[in-house]
Write a protein that binds this ligand. Structure first.
Ligand code: NAD
Length: 249
């Protein structure tokens, strides 16, 4: 049991085939108490109850600072602590540079980057008090190679911003024994790609992946488990590529 009795909050974890959901499930399997945050209360609660009675689902829009604070306060009021925060909530838009309007920019930057800041700000005071915690930020290969396949330049910028934010948090929070790390997934088969991932496109993409397959949500969940647990006790400020070799650098 790598996460025995650890209280683990995962944002954007209600989506059925999503990375957050798979992560919450794996955390629960390893003894953790999974708190699923997502936009819709019913969906978040349904996802949590599938995992068992020990787990909770809470509505939280990560772009709303008060909602982030309230969600974490609710967790701490019920369970007394927060050990792990996975900043996973994210959206993408497959736009070209010149098509990005102010609303597109705001939407993508707000969920992926502002949300990571607000949720971390809500959790950090409790982690500091405990003198322990692990924060995991979900970035993307898109941040490293200048575009994935489904994200526009604003998505790359948001995910690169998340990498910088995570590193700065790691530096600032290290003395409090709070670790902060990032994961950069390659192309993972979830609903974020909408219906745009056709069989032909899939075959084309796989040609560029040394492990010869697309990723699945569990591939990312296992990296989250490593970073959440004491297996990674001396790792902070790191970025873990989980991309099948799509980008080797
Ligand atoms: P997904 O669409 O299945 O899940 C995203 C979840 O975030 C959804 O449940 C959605 O409701 C939630 N969400 C959206 N806006 C929110 C908000 N304001 N507040 C709270 N929750 C919100 O997508 P996924 O593929 O599982 O993506 C998870 C993370 O992984 C995202 O940050 C994404 O950018 C990142 N990522 C995904 C891939 C991929 O190929 N799937 C690759 C690299 C990075």
């Amino acid at each position: 049991m790598l996460l025995a009795d650890k209280v683990c909050v995962v944002t954007g974890a209600a989506s059925r085939r999503g990375i957050g959901r798979a992560t919450a499930k794996l955390f629960a399997l390893h003894g953790g108490r999974a708190i699923i945050l997502d936009l819709d209360a019913e969906q978040a609660q349904a996802a949590a109850s599938e995992l068992g009675e020990a787990h909770r689902g809470i509505a939280c829009d990560v772009t709303d600072k008060d909602a982030c604070t309230a969600a974490i306060e609710q967790v701490v009021a019920e369970f007394g602590r927060i050990d792990v925060l996975v900043n996973n909530a994210g959206i993408t838009q497959p736009l070209k540079l010149m098509d990005i309007g102010p609303r597109n920019y705001d939407a993508v930057l707000d969920v992926n980057l502002r949300g990571t800041l607000y949720m971390s700000q809500a959790a950090v005071p409790h982690m500091r008090k405990q003198r322990s915690g692990s924060i995991i930020c979900m970035s993307s290969v898109s941040a490293q190679r200048g575009g994935g396949i489904f994200g526009g330049p604003h998505y790359s910028a948001a995910k690169a911003g998340a990498l910088g934010l995570a590193k700065a948090m790691a530096r600032e929070l290290g003395p409090d024994n709070v670790r902060v790390n990032s994961i950069t997934p390659g192309l993972i088969q979830t609903d974020i790609t909408g219906d745009k991932l056709t069989d032909e496109l899939k075959a084309e993409i796989i040609k560029g992946i040394p492990l010869s397959r697309l990723g699945n949500a569990e591939d990312i969940a296992r990296a989250c488990l490593f970073l959440a647990s004491d297996l990674s006790s001396y790792i902070t400020g790191a970025t873990i590529d989980v991309n099948g070799g799509m980008l080797i650098h």
